[in-house]
Write a protein that binds this ligand. Structure first.
Ligand code: GH3
Ligand code: MG
Ligand code: MG
Length: 374
């Protein structure tokens, strides 16, 4: 079977063959929309303007689109300064780093403030302790009522001052606590931004890779099973070609939602690639993962698609799914490859189905080594 072309080539090899043409068509459609906007609004075709309109055309950044739409509704156009501001807010590569630096800087400031509060509290406690020691000494030497009264008065004064210090400290600590809680929220938001796919709001590939490594380590240390589901939309290129890429993007969102709604607990749903989704299922057997995959498949299949803007019926889409359970000793890459082989088998067997390695369809698929030669 070595060297046989199409029927035995791996799904990866086949995908690569068409991927560059697909990408060409897809990105050209976005480029045309971007240039169309620049022409319609008679703006300079600077790279920065183009980048903003290209991002708008992809729809990947909903907040950017919303800001542009609102500005257009308000002013009928986008000025150079609007474009600059939108670029700085949503696209500038320095933005995430700048926000991280900003939150980091605020955390350092807050820690410094808390440290100086602790120093002040220690100083005030030491001072009070000294006042008490002094009073104890003076008590022995006190000869009359006036002497005693003056000692008691100095003690009352020291205690009052200590109370005031404590209450000030309590107020400052309360304020710092609020400040730190807010910083925690900000930090979490920045962190999420770098790990979430903007189009579907699922975990992105980076998050997936990190989580898979963690999940495998956990599975090994706890001797628990774990499984991986890989999902690919069937004939999605044809869908894009028929209805356009922007509508295709809406369908990607819908499929992502179907995946998300059918997983729960610790399971992590992510956008694995263009129109592929992966779910990591910790503490889950192959059998249970197959049930989840079947739910996802049925959820997608039963959705009747309709273009909201025109009411046009777009039919339905289906997904093919490969499922694999982690085998002790294998790498993350090998687990992904085994799930991908099952997905390829599902495509070959007619699509709109869930396949795992024990299914007979998988045996008829070429081994990855044969595929590499082809
Ligand atoms: P198959 O059933 O074999 O999976 O057929 P397919 O057409 O889905 O497979 P193929 O891998 O050839 O095409 C995937 C298509 O997915 C190509 C590309 O146009 C589309 N696609 C990938 N990412 C995106 C995206 O972000 N938005 C849109 N609209 N389409 C995308
Ligand atoms: Mg694909
Ligand atoms: Mg596909």
């Amino acid at each position: 079977m070595v060297g046989v072309a199409a029927p035995t080539a791996s799904r990866g090899a086949l995908t690569k063959m068409t991927a560059s043409t697909d990408e060409h068509v897809r990105t050209l459609a976005f480029a045309e929309i971007a240039l169309g906007q620049i022409k319609a609004l008679r703006q300079p075709a600077y790279p920065r303007n183009y980048e903003v309109w290209y991002a708008y055309a992809t729809g990947y950044n909903p907040s950017l689109n919303q800001t542009i739409n609102e500005t257009l509704t308000r002013n009928g156009t986008l000025s150079t300064s609007d474009i600059d501001q939108i670029y700085e807010t949503y696209l500038s590569p320095a933005r995430l780093t700048a926000r991280l630096d900003n939150v980091g800087g605020q955390i350092v400031d807050e820690i410094e403030q808390v440290m100086s509060m602790i120093d002040a509290a220690v100083g005030s406690a030491t001072h009070y302790h000294e006042s008490l020691a002094h009073a104890t000494q003076s008590l022995g030497a006190a000869k009359d009522r006036d002497g005693l009264r003056s000692i008691v008065e100095s003690l009352v004064l020291a205690t009052r001052s200590m109370e005031e210090n404590n209450s000030r400290l309590e107020q400052s600590l309360k304020a710092s606590r609020q400040e730190i809680s807010q910083l925690q929220v900000n930090l979490e938001a920045v962190r999420n931004e770098s790990l979430i796919d903007p189009l579907t709001s699922l975990a992105n590939r980076k998050y997936f890779d990190q989580s898979l490594d963690k999940c495998i380590a956990q599975s090994i240390s706890a001797s628990e099973p774990m499984a991986l589901i890989l999902t690919d939309i069937d004939h999605f290129k044809a869908f894009n070609d028929t209805f356009g890429h922007l509508t295709g993007d809406q369908v990607l969102r819908l499929v992502a939602l179907a995946v998300k709604q059918n997983v729960k607990g610790q399971d992590l749903a992510s956008r694995f690639g263009g129109e592929e989704f992966a779910v990591i299922l910790p503490a889950t057997t192959l059998r249970a993962a197959l049930t989840v995959a079947e739910h996802v498949r049925c959820a997608v299949m039963t959705k009747e698609l309709m273009k909201r803007s025109t009411g046009e019926h777009l039919g339905r889409v289906t997904v093919s799914i490969g499922v694999a359970a982690f085998k002790k000793g294998e790498t993350a890459q090998s687990l992904i490859e085994r799930a991908d082989n099952c997905l390829y088998a599902a495509k070959r067997a007619g699509r709109n189905r869930v396949i795992c390695e024990t299914d007979p369809e998988v045996a008829s698929v070429a081994s990855p080594s044969a595929a590499k030669v082809a």
